[in-house]
Ligand binder design. Structure first.
Ligand SMILES: [Zn+2]
Length: 267
């Protein structure tokens, strides 16, 4: 198996003057099956929960980074399993979405959240423009560059981002087992849903739930998928499916099978 490889840190804002990241901090981007010429590219922007040492844990309360506000629980395990199954490249972000959210436009609301699901993030409150720039350079730009490089290196027919969401948010119940998000390409999302429904009829699936794609709040679909005209979906699996191995394996099989059916149906 082609083991994952970490992109050279020196090429990714990891060293040099004014960098946010020190020698003990992980590189921001990890690539699995990076040399694969697969027509499919996978992203996992909320995989990691690292915080640069210089940011002192963002001043968060104990354990907060382990909750859904810090990362997409189980999304990394699921994305790796799908990538292994399809032998396709996967780009993972190692830093917490609370340091900088790589699926939001830099500078937008929520890009560096001051509050997330009711929990204050002290290290983000009143952050200076220089502070924003340091995070963008260290965290966001390397991921964005890696996505561009993956498109440049081989022709890609489809790109999927793998996320997870929490069942209860701000008093709202989100009962779906998984959501499939798209704006200009609802056909691909529907093909994924149809394939999963055929394999697992009891799963409750929804188009454009629990979120909708918007230029102001999204980066991957507006900036990397729609602009290139490739098939795409942002896939959201409810995170209680992904807290145990059997659930991850089940969803990896379902998603890999569904992505295969998308490729076969559009050839
Ligand atoms: Zn996410």
């Amino acid at each position: 198996m082609n083991r994952s490889n970490v992109i050279d840190a020196s090429a990714n804002g990891h060293t040099g003057q004014g960098s946010l990241l020190g020698a003990a901090d992980p590189a921001p981007v990890e690539m699995c099956h990076g040399s694969s010429a697969s027509p499919v590219l996978l992203l996992c922007e909320h995989a990691g929960q690292a915080v640069p040492h210089a940011l002192n844990g963002l001043g968060l309360p104990e354990g907060a980074i382990d909750q859904h506000i810090g990362w997409d629980i189980g999304a990394e395990d699921l994305a790796r399993a799908v990538s292994d199954n399809l032998q396709c490249p996967l780009i993972l972000q190692r830093y917490s979405r609370l340091v900088m959210d790589c699926n939001r436009p830099p500078g937008s609301e929520g890009s560096v959240p001051e509050v997330s699901d009711g929990i204050r993030v002290p290290g983000n409150i009143g952050l200076s423009a220089e502070g924003h720039d340091l995070r963008r350079h260290a965290i966001f730009d390397p991921m964005n560059n890696a996505i561009n490089a993956a498109f440049d290196s081989h022709p890609r027919q489809a790109v999927f981002a793998i996320h997870s969401y929490t069942r209860h948010l701000q008093g709202q119940e989100r009962p779906w087992d998984a959501g499939f998000l798209a704006r200009r390409d609802p056909q691909t999302a529907q093909q994924l849903m149809d394939a999963i429904s055929a394999a697992a009829p009891d799963m409750k699936l929804a188009l454009n739930q629990p979120y909708q794609i918007d230029d102001a709040s999204d980066w991957f679909i507006p900036r990397h998928a729609e602009t290139r005209g490739v098939q795409h979906t942002l896939i959201e699996v409810r995170n209680d499916h992904l807290t145990h191995e059997a659930g991850v394996a089940q969803w990896a099989d379902l998603l890999a099978g569904a992505i295969r059916s998308v490729l076969e149906n559009t050839q």
